[in-house]
Design a protein around this ligand. Structure first.
Ligand SMILES: *Cc1c(COP(=O)(O)O)cnc(C)c1O
Length: 289
């Protein structure tokens, strides 16, 4: 694929927020990868794109109306001249989300299906011979193999790596080639067993620790505590977060550190997986960045 450069990605020390508690926290700023295809999505997609190019296939994928994966796929396919289709969960709304508008702008063909049909399609999608299916969120062996290449970005020398979890593909990839303990903050509610199962399907037995306590009511749910945290965290560290994934991860990390979850002097790497475009669905003025 037309590769994105990632040698400009940097590690940033957390200076103000977490330091009182005898841990060292660095942030891998994958959000700075690219304004559109930010964070972990590029890594999860890269080998699917290679596959589509090598076999001259169109690409079809799945997602919700606010999916970072949908917009990242649309953009990457556009860059690589791959025809792509996004199957979107739910009836077509009268006003499209910013995410879907962008996806259309990048040439993705959208097909809206009801929630029930969507579930069935995820399991029973009939592929055409010239079509490559990328499961929702980039989940799968190729996604995991791609996520493993995040470890090319200075992730060595940490005791812990912590990241937000949706499908579990990213934590699985990270865990596949590092000695650090991997901690995932699950942003979905009540699906921990399923997610651990999905991770095991990619990786086999593993030591990934999934933390179920910081979903704030479920996927894309939020409250004032979370929004205030995002504004405070930005003010003290100059790091913007998104309310669906990374804010919950950083909030969870702060809570874990406060509760002495980590041994003294632990070196922790928090992965900023990007996703900032999701904040476009918040009312103007909610965030101070
Ligand atoms: C998609 C996404 C995740 C979740 O990644 P999985 O590999 O599905 O667990 C985490 N953070 C952000 C910002 C995302 O967009």
């Amino acid at each position: 694929m037309k590769a994105l450069q990632y040698n400009h990605i940097q590690i940033q020390k957390i200076s103000n927020s977490f330091t009182r508690h005898n841990c060292f926290v660095d942030v891998l700023r994958l959000d700075a990868l690219h304004p559109i295809i930010s964070g972990n999505k590029f890594f999860k997609l890269r080998f699917y794109i290679d596959d589509a190019l090598a076999n001259q296939k169109n690409l079809t994928t799945f997602g919700g109306a606010y999916s970072n994966h949908i917009v990242a796929t649309a953009f990457t396919c556009n860059q690589n001249n791959i025809k792509c289709k996004g199957i979107i969960r739910g009836e077509k709304p009268s006003v499209l989300s910013e995410t879907l508008k962008k996806a259309i702008e990048y040439g993705m063909q959208l097909e809206f299906v009801t929630r029930d049909d969507f579930k069935n399609l995820l399991i029973n999608y009939q592929t055409h011979s010239n079509e490559l299916i990328v499961p929702e969120g980039g989940y799968g062996i190729l996604g995991c193999k791609g996520a493993a290449t995040i470890n090319e970005c200075y992730t060595q020398n940490y005791d812990y790596i912590i990241t937000a979890v949706g499908t579990g593909t990213t934590v699985a990839g990270l865990a596949s080639n590092t000695k650090a303990s991997i901690i995932g903050i699950n942003v979905l509610k009540g699906n921990d067993e399923t997610t651990l199962h999905q991770i095991e399907n990619l990786l086999g037995k593993n030591n990934i620790k999934l933390i179920p306590d910081f979903h704030f009511g479920g996927y894309a749910k939020k409250n004032d505590v979370l929004i205030n945290f995002m504004n405070t965290f930005y003010k003290s560290e100059n790091i913007p977060t998104d309310f669906v994934y990374t804010a919950k991860m950083f909030y969870g990390l702060q809570q874990l550190i406060t509760k002495k979850y980590f041994k003294d002097n632990s070196r922790i790497l928090a992965i900023h997986t990007g996703g900032l475009q999701g904040n476009l669905s918040l009312p103007k003025g909610t965030l101070h960045f």
